[in-house]
Each structure stands twice: as structure tokens, then as C-alpha cells.
Design a protein around this ligand. Structure first.
Ligand SMILES: [Zn+2]
Length: 260
């Protein structure tokens, strides 16, 4: 099992050895930890240096779009460690609106270009912005910028965006949200999606799945999301584990000899 998206090293998740040990006990073999803006970047590099089971991603989250660095600086930072396997999370968030919609869209587009230039998949954050995310992804695909694919992380959007993502060759990641009582709509979307395009994640320290709601989330709990996904798809947890692990490795080009 792989936790395809979490934020290890943040204050709430600073006991990295303990977190990884508990994850391993639950069968979670690796995790992808995401740094959302430049101040989090040095800690990510330290994590990758200290723990070979951790993969990383770096990109400017829409909430911090106003802090977008120069493209060359961003490229260099993403390429500074061989286990930074993706550009993200990038996208649009019209709920929190840490930056204007115009700035968010332009920063999203610029990072899609950067990812294409350096040959990495993108990790997409979409919140209350389905139409604009779809328009930007479609334009990117038309411009040949989605050759390295990507994933819509912590998917809580509607079926239209999910189907568009599949059509564009992207993956979709399920978080603990699919275990929440109120999430029947999201569960319906996942019932309709093919397992060979799905990933599982915690988005820890946020969004702990049932029965851990209200606690600090951590990678060990990804098992609860996998169990729910297995139930929705009518398959065993082992099958969800095997297929989502293959999907993760395919998407992030892991095991092709270029990670260190
Ligand atoms: Zn996100």
C-alpha cells in the first residue's frame, strides 16, 4: 500500500520515525510527501535525504499562488532531488481564495508548463473550481503538456471533472473523504471509475478517515480509505492495494531506474 499524498514534516507530523513505523505495521510501504510552498521545501529535502521510503513533490499550492517563484528557481528545486517525482500540488481553490482567481489560473498554467518541460506528472488540487480546472487541463492537453500525466488528488469534485480527467489520461485519488457519512456523492463517483486509474491517499495531517475523524491523520490510516474503496468496487483490499500501487508506480515512473 502507498499513501500517495500527505504532508509529513508539518508540525502535526513531526515524529517521522514513529509515523513511518506505524504505517509499516499497517502494510504501508511508501508515502509521497508534498511541500506546498517555498518555506516547506528545505524540510522536504531533509525528509528525502533521511528516509528512502519517502517520495516527494513540490509545487506552489493555489492558496500560496501569490508566492510563485521564478520558473527557473522552481524547476531547479524540483530537480534537486531524484525522489521528487511530481510537480504539486498545483491547481485552483475558489473556496479559500488565498490569491485571486486570475493569479491562481496563471500560476497553475505556468506550473503545468514547467512540469511538461522537466518531464514530471502533476498533482492537482481542485476545490470549487471544476469548470476552470477542466478548461485549463483541456487546453494543456491540446498543447501537448499532459504527456507525463497527473493525478487529481483528494478527489471531491463531480463526475464531469472525473470523466474529463480519465479522458485526458489522468489518475484520480481517493482520500478519507470517501469514508465520511455525508460523502455519498463522492462515493458514487468512485463507484463509477475504473480501478486501474485510481490512487489512495490520506492528505495527512488533514481529513482523518472514519473511525479516526477529528484526530491528526497519518499515513497508517490510508488502509481505512483502501477498505472503503474495496467495498465500493466490490473487490478485496488486497486487490485495491496491488492495483493502486501499480498505478502509483506507473504514474510517478518509479522502479524505472531513475530514483535514488
Ligand atoms: Zn490539496
Amino acid at each position: 500500500m502507498i499513501d500517495s499524498h500527505c504532508h509529513i514534516g508539518m508540525d502535526a507530523l513531526s515524529d517521522v520515525s514513529g509515523i513511518l513505523m506505524r504505517a509499516q505495521t499497517q502494510g504501508v510501504k511508501s508515502v509521497l510527501s508534498v511541500a506546498c510552498y517555498e518555506p516547506d521545501y528545505p524540510a522536504l529535502i531533509q525528509l528525502l535525504t533521511d528516509y528512502p521510503v519517502i517520495y516527494g513533490a513540490f509545487g506552489i499550492h493555489p492558496e500560496y499562488a501569490d508566492s510563485m517563484p521564478d520558473a527557473d528557481v522552481l524547476k531547479q528545486k524540483i530537480q534537486a532531488h531524484p525522489r521528487i517525482v511530481g510537480v504539486g500540488e498545483i491547481g485552483l481553490d475558489y473556496h479559500y481564495m488565498g490569491a485571486s482567481k486570475e493569479v491562481q489560473r496563471s500560476v497553475f498554467e505556468r506550473q503545468i508548463e514547467i512540469a511538461a518541460q522537466i518531464g514530471k506528472p502533476i498533482i492537482i488540487h481542485a476545490r470549487e473550481a471544476d469548470e476552470d480546472v477542466m478548461a485549463i487541463l483541456e487546453a494543456a492537453a491540446r498543447g501537448g503538456l499532459l504527456q507525463n500525466s497527473g493525478v487529481l488528488h483528494c478527489f471531491t469534485s463531480g463526475i464531469k471533472l472525473a470523466e474529463k480527467a480519465l479522458e485526458l489520461g489522468l489518475y484520480i485519488s481517493a482520500s478519507g473523504v470517501i469514508t465520511f457519512k455525508m460523502s455519498e456523492g463522492v462515493r458514487d463517483v468512485f463507484r463509477a471509475l475504473p480501478l486501474n486509474r485510481l490512487l489512495v491517499e490520506t492528505d495527512a495531517p488533514y481529513l482523518a478517515p472514519v473511525p479516526y475523524r477529528g484526530r491528526v491523520n497519518e499515513p497508517a490510516y490510508v488502509m481505512k480509505t483502501a477498505e472503503k474503496l474495496a467495498e465500493l468496487k466490490g473487490v478485496s483490499v488486497e486487490e485495491v492495494d496491488e492495483i493502486t500501487t501499480c498505478n502509483f508506480n506507473r504514474l510517478f515512473k518509479i522502479g524505472v531506474g531513475d530514483e535514488g
